[in-house]
Design a protein. Structure first.
Length: 240
């Protein structure tokens, strides 16, 4: 069996390195390419790797960077023509925004350096969210979901709001699970992390003010436009 296709996060890291190398430096003996190979192997993305020995090895990384040569209009050689549509899409997306490319890549790399955190992110299921693509990629998105599922701080947030208001309505649409479902919905509400993905990093700490209490439907809608829509923005949409 073949190894899985390159994920958006992996392509971002490869493109970030490509932007810092000269064409003649793209080879498997380059220490930077070897380091990227190691980073890719630590990312919490692909659990199934049929050919472990070849998975994102320096040769494979070198070939991926050579794919960018074929896409890059400033390169007048040939490059490797076997690039994917996602390779081309990511390249064109960041072609004129290398600063943002470096920013996102550095945050993804930081997660790979924290092995304990990376292992926890493996447990975050993204299957339900595959229809939503975020610019920062899967790793930072998983970090967002991990932070908003911290049971300890979620409980503190719920307790604080319940003591203050005596109920737990959705901050966007005011839906109240207890009012609708009775005892079954008592003190039930979901938590959404307010921090934009563009500001998320492995070193960030979650405070009570970072969390918003929302119903399941509003939470889902917020995740559909995670880069653009705030709780207040959704509340405004609902108000018409």
């Amino acid at each position: 069996m073949r190894n899985p296709k390159w994920h958006r996060d992996e392509i971002i890291l490869a493109l970030d390195l490509y932007s810092r190398l000269e064409p003649g430096q793209i080879n498997s003996s380059n220490p930077d390419i070897q380091e990227l190979s190691s980073i890719l192997n630590r990312l919490p993305i692909h659990e199934v790797r049929p050919d472990e020995a070849k998975f994102r090895n320096p040769n494979g990384v070198s070939l991926k960077l050579s794919n960018f040569l074929a896409i890059d209009p400033s390169y007048h050689g040939k490059g490797m023509q076997s690039f994917s549509q996602l390779d081309k899409k990511v390249f064109e997306e960041f072609e004129s925004d290398t600063e943002e490319l470096h920013n996102i890549a550095s945050r993804i790399r930081a997660v790979s350096q924290d092995l304990k955190l990376a292992n926890k992110l493996y447990l975050i299921n993204e299957e339900d969210d595959r229809e939503f693509e975020v610019r920062e990629g899967s790793v930072i998105y998983k970090l967002h979901k991990f932070r908003e599922r911290d049971s300890r701080i979620i409980q503190k947030k719920k307790e604080k709001e319940f003591i203050k208001f005596g109920r737990l309505p959705c901050e966007a649409c005011t839906f109240d699970f207890y009012k609708k479902y009775g005892q079954l919905g008592y003190k039930y509400i979901e938590c959404h992390h307010r921090t934009p993905l563009s500001e998320f990093s492995s070193s960030s700490k979650t405070t009570l003010n970072d969390l918003a209490l929302v119903c399941s439907n509003c939470h889902r809608m917020l995740h559909r436009k995670l880069d653009q829509l705030s709780v207040e923005g959704l509340k405004g949409l609902l108000a018409g």
